[in-house]
Design a protein around this ligand. Structure first.
Ligand SMILES: [Zn+2]
Length: 235
């Protein structure tokens, strides 16, 4: 809403709503603390002593797909990174830092890329409209579309095509993670690290496992095999 031509009463109404929303968050925090302490008086003491999550969740920023609620886990159980449309690109220092810390320091056993149907980022990437700065980010999803255009272009229903692109995007981001030296070096050192791809159906709350779980770089194609101990070939 533009600040010009706005009546004093509307300003007051908007400010009241804004304050209420903010106060509800602080009130919610009080309830959260009370509820947890009721169940376990030592809860926060234990939480403060450190974290040992087995799972890294890389999901969409969408407010409807929170990692803990979707997986019925508690604080301390899932390390989380979220961005628009759960994209994993090897030039994203934020994602790489989270991945490196989770894999090499926390020693997580599972990395889950979690997309969701009805993803605004994926739907925007399918359109031909300009959305501004975010177009640079959505380009990565357009690349996924291009890679699978032979399949996607055959789906005439827009909603069905968007759903399939959500699935394919998750699968490609799983492969993108597997292509990183962080994951490949970890696989050389240990056998207990798996990468998975999920899609959350917001309309049912259920997870669809895309069955692309990887625990070796074997199915990536030779060009992506970045094993540290390989001897460079002579030319
Ligand atoms: Zn999304």
């Amino acid at each position: 809403m533009s600040k010009e031509n706005i009546s004093t009463s509307t300003v007051k109404e908007l400010q009241d709503t804004q304050i209420r929303t903010y106060e509800q968050l602080l009130e919610g925090n009080k309830l959260f603390v009370e509820r947890e302490l009721e169940q376990d008086p030592e809860y926060f003491k234990k939480l403060a002593s450190g974290q040992r999550p087995d799972v890294l969740w890389i999901g969409c920023s969408d407010s409807r797909v929170p990692a803990n609620q979707v997986t019925n886990t508690k604080p301390g159980e899932v390390f989380v990174h979220r961005n628009i449309a759960n994209v994993c690109v090897h030039s994203d220092m934020n994602m790489l830092s989270v991945l490196d810390y989770a894999v090499n320091v926390l020693k997580v056993k599972h990395v889950i890329v979690a997309g969701h149907y009805g993803c605004g980022g994926v739907e925007a990437a399918m359109s031909n409209r300009q959305f501004g700065l975010i177009d640079n980010w959505l380009r990565h999803i357009k690349d996924v579309y291009r890679l699978h255009s032979h399949e996607l272009d055959l789906i005439t229903d827009d909603k069905a095509r968007a759903k399939r692109l959500v699935e394919l995007n998750v699968i490609e981001q799983v492969f993108n993670l597997c292509k990183t030296t962080i994951i490949q070096n970890a696989w050389e050192e240990r056998i207990d690290l798996q990468i998975h791809g999920w899609v959350v159906d917001i309309s049912t709350g259920r997870v669809k496992d895309m069955h692309v779980s990887c625990s070796t770089s074997g199915n990536l194609g030779k060009v992506f095999d970045l094993a540290k101990n390989q001897v460079p070939q002579a030319h």
